[in-house]
Write a protein that binds this ligand. Structure first.
Ligand SMILES: Cc1cc2nc3c(=O)[nH]c(=O)nc-3n(C[C@H](O)[C@H](O)[C@H](O)COP(=O)(O)O)c2cc1C
Length: 374
């Protein structure tokens, strides 16, 4: 190995006590390939196993905690005890290759396609659709329903523990239900769940507390709890960088194992809310300091891209598309073969890359999403 990449391969012990062997994480990526009943498919498990030999930790695709939170065709479920064997199949597929397995837990809120949820009924913090043509107006959740969804996040955490995962990642990013409660665009409530920024934090923090409670009650050993968020929204009103600093201050006080900053571009700059010309990730890392480890992500393809990112002081780097394009990325760096890393998808290599059909079709029919598909 080229010694400049040695920092990638330093082990790390999370606040909970779980140790990972290196600093590279597989980013959560939905693969649209589970069965309609919410169980995982063999193709999906093989896809994960193929990518779990090098990285320290794999965060799975998101799993819905409640039937009315299913956000994607072919998403696997975590909402019922009968799905524990399916969840376990996926955890084992990852862990057998040497990586820690972290289940991403999720509710899609107003972004769920009506055909995937019971009675086609879409729910959210308020009856405000997301921007864009043809978006469904969601029904505002009642206080009781909100309490039930919070409990569902705890129940899915218990199932993750029973299925053998090393942790869960709370999906508070990318515009889904948890973010919908924090956002002034989607949360127009005037009760205990909305109004001021502090009240908009009530739901995300209640989910964190419920997940922590489930871990305290059910985990027999150290168990990772991470939280993923998106730093800004383009809409007005919408989450600003200033709002995000309030969110991370609150999360940093929760003894979490990590915060995962969801970005398409690691080096992207703030849109509004702070007078600071640095990248969002640098501002966040400075604000958080050593209170909680950060995972950065976004369009990092080569070993030098990752090295430059890690030099910001962010302890972990997640990679998504790059690990689909080259499942041997980590091993190549480790063996001094970083020059052999592939950074564009080869459309003739679906079988060698072990990518399930629905994900492959999505990739090759979405120009501009993956390098190599114009
Ligand atoms: C196929 C695909 C599916 C994704 N699904 C999820 C998901 O389920 N949960 C999530 O938090 N992010 C999801 N993302 C976002 C990625 O985790 C990541 O933030 C993004 O792709 C940027 O990183 P990259 O440039 O390394 O791919 C997805 C991305 C891709 C490409």
């Amino acid at each position: 190995m080229n010694s400049k990449y040695a920092p990638f391969f330093e082990s790390f012990t999370f606040p909970s006590g779980v140790e990972v062997k290196n600093r590279i994480v597989m980013a959560p990526m939905t693969n649209f390939s589970s069965n309609p009943d919410g169980t995982v498919t063999d193709a999906e498990v093989k896809y994960y196993a193929r990518r779990s030999g090098g990285v320290g930790m794999v965060v799975t695709a998101c799993t819905y905690v409640t039937a009315n939170g299913k956000g994607f065709q072919g998403e696997f479920g975590g909402d019922r005890d009968e799905l524990i064997p399916s969840l376990q199949q996926l955890a084992s597929g990852i862990k057998e290759q040497g990586a820690k397995a972290v289940l991403q837990i999720f509710h899609g809120g107003r972004e769920c396609p009506p055909e995937l949820v019971p009675n086609g009924e879409i729910v959210s913090a308020s009856a405000v659709p997301s921007e864009g043509k043809g978006k469904t107006v969601p029904r505002e959740l009642t206080d009781q329903e909100i309490e039930a969804i919070i409990r569902d996040f705890g129940e899915t955490t218990r199932r993750a523990i029973e299925a053998g995962y090393d942790g869960v990642e709370i999906h508070g990013a990318n515009g889904y239900l948890i973010q919908q409660f924090f956002s002034p665009h989607s949360n127009r409530r005037e009760d205990r769940w909305g109004g001021s920024i502090e009240k908009r934090l009530t739901f995300p923090l209640a989910v964190v507390d419920e997940v922590k409670k489930a871990v305290a009650e059910h985990a027999k050993g150290p168990f990772i709890i991470g939280y993923r968020f998106s730093p800004e929204e383009p809409e007005t009103p919408g989450i600003t960088m200033a709002d995000t600093l309030v969110l991370i201050d609150a999360l940093a006080g929760k003894n979490l194992d990590y915060l995962h900053v969801s970005l398409q571009e690691f080096w992207s700059k703030p849109r509004r809310g702070v007078e600071d010309s640095r990248a969002r990730i640098e501002i966040i890392q400075e604000r958080v300091g050593d209170k909680v480890p950060i995972i950065g992500v976004g369009s990092l393809y080569t070993a030098d891209d990752v090295l430059k990112a890690i030099h910001t002081g962010v302890p972990f780097i997640a990679m998504g598309r790059e690990l689909i394009i080259d499942p041997d990325w980590v091993q190549k760096v480790k063996e001094g073969r970083e020059d052999e890393i592939i950074t564009k998808i080869d459309k003739s290599k679906q079988q060698q890359l072990v990518v399930p059909d629905p994900l492959w079709q999505a990739i090759i029919h979405s120009p501009g999403w993956f390098p190599g598909v114009e």
